[in-house]
Design a protein around this ligand. Sequence first.
Ligand code: FES
Length: 125
Amino acid sequence: MEPVHNLVKVHLPNYLANLPLPNSIGGWFRLGFRDWASLIPFFALVGGASYVTYRAIKPKLICNPSIKKDEAKVATMVNIEDLGDKTVYCRCWRSSTFPLCDGSHGAHNKETGDNVGPLVVKKKA
Ligand code: FES
């Protein structure tokens, strides 16, 4: 435990106290080459920790949460002759009967505030 104690209580405070961080905006312009060089590891560490934290907590920006995730691309072919009088296709990617709509978009919209709905294909009357 002593190495951790020394790192947190002695070495880290000494390292931070010796960083040439200016106390004014103008001070940044007066830093020399050695000052900037000594700040590189600090900013690399802070930047790396920030990036790792961002990657861990950022929202997942995907539209397909679960359908055929083992495939590189989900594509559906439908023969127009096979369509009935009316076919309702899912566009929210939440349907358990994908590519057909099962109404799951309603729960998704309620939960997220989204406004997605199905594609309805029907024959002309
Ligand atoms: S279930 Fe996805 S649009 Fe209806």
